[in-house]
Design a binder for this molecule. Structure first.
Ligand code: SF4
Ligand code: SF4
Length: 65
């Protein structure tokens, strides 16, 4: 199963991914960097496409659900 991961070193907390995610899986706690709820994330990749900082990667997770 695919999930999105944020590289917090690159994230500029712009919020583009947050508004793009139709699953509501992304939050930016205290406006610092984006955090993805991997329970809600379906790995669709829309957030990664929108991120201007290329901070999001989609990875295959170890467990296949
Ligand atoms: S991969 Fe899709 S579901 Fe997961 S956080 Fe990004 S936009 Fe949301
Ligand atoms: S779109 Fe990219 S830079 Fe902007 S908040 Fe999301 S992960 Fe961070």
């Amino acid at each position: 199963m695919k999930k999105a991961f944020v590289n917090k070193k690159y994230c500029v907390a712009c919020g583009c991914c947050l508004t793009t995610c139709k699953m509501g899986a992304i939050t930016i706690p205290r406006g610092v960097y984006a955090v993805i709820d991997d329970v809600k994330c379906i790995g669709c990749g829309m957030c990664a496409k929108k991120c201007p900082a290329s901070a999001i990667t989609i990875k295959e997770t170890a467990t296949d659900e």
